[in-house]
Design a protein around this ligand. Structure first.
Ligand code: AHR
Length: 505
């Protein structure tokens, strides 16, 4: 097997502009994401509203663009009214999705205040599990209507005179999933989502609406669900959601390393289905994808098991996966896939932001630290600029049970013509050998190397912890060089790299 990867890059291989919304995240009332995650009034670094300023700073450093809230499975049993008004009057409720208790000390007003402080765009999901059109209209009026209506005046009385101006709205969550409270058939959901969207647009025709797609490409209803839902909702929505989680299962490392192949297939299939409906309905508009849950998630581990019986704790430790170097490489590869599909993926949300399958971890009353996955996200968000460029590559293949064979390398690039900045994001997904990198860059003009960073660890299962938060961090890759328009270097086995080049002044 050859151990070379040849990248063919050209400024003409344009896909679409880099979309900032690719770098969204997700905050759900789940485990310690909200309580002791973003919000902990007793914490020494809490601000006047109780938000952890260390988490706010890390959220900004992560480069998050938008944050989806309040769920997730949680939203399908949620009453938004419980989370507004004087905190002492708010009810404690059982959250059936995660078998927890919610004190409702954080609701839509606090979340929007937090989002402004974090410099992210709020994205709000309405409950289409146990509720319907009226409640969606009510929360929309509360959030966005100018003063002078019953609910917008209530918002004003709660200290928020100015409308929250939330533009992105999810019409429920994972309604295809039998685990969802108020789970529906595609026909039932299509009807409800369409009527909800139609009514919400009567209030504000410019809202950006996301209808639920499949919660995974392995659902039996995958494809048929999108077809049914879009056939009815096409004229009333802008995007359809996609959710995907990956993990190494039963020691099958090779399939895990190739996870982005599934994401590619998922996106391509939803695009094909959406465009089939477009042709069928004879419409001009194209439906875009909101990949509003994606991540590595070890769902089978004990950390993901909700409490049971009489135990309904507030903010239990749930889904607190600890990510390895290998997880970060697969994660970086998923970002490559999302970027590569920027022509149709208009928005994406990493699930989730803090503590719950998250890049940021916190200790109640204590430290906050970065998981391995923090780094590829932050670097991609920071350096993906200008136009996304497709990268043709020639690399050895490796066998795996899930996909048959997969390319040992995967890459995408971005090119900011005005600034002359080229960023190449590349993974070596092979577990056994380094890859010698070779790329011809002549058509970009005279470029110089700015930096080459590689995330890799001799032990692919090494992780960051509170006491050793820098065990796995990107490091300078001194093998990378450019000479006579040719980029060369070595990509270690199981590694993610960012190579930055700039037009020579
Ligand atoms: O992100 C964790 C959970 O995964 C969400 O609540 C749900 O939407 C999905 O199944």
């Amino acid at each position: 097997m050859s151990s070379h990867v040849t990248l063919t890059l050209d400024p003409a291989f344009r896909v679409a502009p880099v979309r900032r919304r690719t770098f969204g995240a997700f905050v759900e009332h789940l485990g310690r994401c909200v309580y002791t995650g973003i919000f902990e009034p007793e914490h020494p670094q809490a601000d006047a509203q109780g938000f952890r300023t260390d988490v706010l700073a890390l959220t900004r450093e992560l480069g998050v663009s938008s944050v989806r809230y309040p769920g997730g499975n949680f939203v399908s049993g949620y009453r938004w009214e419980d989370g507004v008004g004087p905190v002492e009057d708010r009810p404690v409720r059982h959250d059936l999705a995660w078998h927890s208790s919610d004190p409702n000390t954080v609701g839509i007003d606090e979340f929007v205040d937090w989002a402004r402080a974090a410099e992210v765009e709020p994205m709000y999901a309405v409950n289409l599990g146990t509720r319907g059109v009226q409640e969606a209209l009510d929360v929309l009026e509360y959030a966005n209507a100018p003063a002078g209506t019953h609910l917008s005046d209530q918002r004003g009385a709660h200290g928020h005179d100015a409308p929250h101006d939330i533009r992105l709205w999810c019409l429920g969550n994972e309604m295809d999933g039998p685990w969802q409270i108020g789970h529906k058939t595609a026909e039932e959901y299509a009807r409800l989502a369409t009527e909800t969207a139609r009514a919400m647009r009567m209030e504000d025709p410019d809202l950006e609406l996301i209808v639920c797609g499949s919660s995974s490409s392995s659902m039996d209803t995958f494809g048929a669900w999108e077809n049914t839902v879009l056939t009815e909702a096409y004229d009333h929505v802008d995007m359809i959601s996609a959710h995907a989680y990956y993990s190494e299962k039963d020691g099958d490392q090779a399939s895990f390393l190739a996870s982005a192949d599934d994401m590619d297939h998922f996106i391509d299939s939803v695009v094909a289905t959406a465009d089939h409906v477009r042709a069928k309905l004879k419409r001009d508009k194209r439906i875009m994808i909101s990949f509003d849950e994606w991540n590595i998630w070890y769902q089978h581990r004990a950390e993901s098991r909700p409490p049971s019986g009489d135990d309904w704790p507030v903010a239990p430790v749930l889904l607190e996966d600890v990510y390895s170097a290998q997880d970060a490489v697969v994660f970086g590869n998923l970002l490559i896939s999302l970027l590569r599909h920027s022509d149709r993926v208009a928005s994406a949300s990493l699930a989730q932001l803090v503590n719950v399958i998250a890049p940021i971890m916190t200790e109640p009353g204590g430290a906050a630290w970065k998981q391995t996955t923090f780094h590829p996200f932050a670097l991609t968000s920071q350096h993906a600029r200008g136009e996304v460029l497709d990268v043709r590559l020639d690399a050895p293949a490796f066998d795996n049970a899930r996909f048959g064979t997969s390319s040992a390398a995967d890459a995408v690039a971005t090119w900011d013509e005005a600034d002359g900045a080229l960023a190449v994001f590349v993974v070596n997904r092979g577990a056994d050998a380094p890859l010698a990198l070779d790329a011809e860059l002549g058509s970009f003009g005279d470029l110089e190397l700015v930096e080459a960073l590689t995330l890799h660890h001799e032990d692919p299962y090494a992780a960051n912890t509170k006491d050793a938060p820098d065990t796995v961090v990107p490091a300078a890759n001194d093998s990378v060089a450019i000479a006579d328009g040719r980029l060369t270097g070595e990509l270690p086995a199981i590694s993610w790299s960012l190579i930055r080049l700039a037009r020579r002044a």
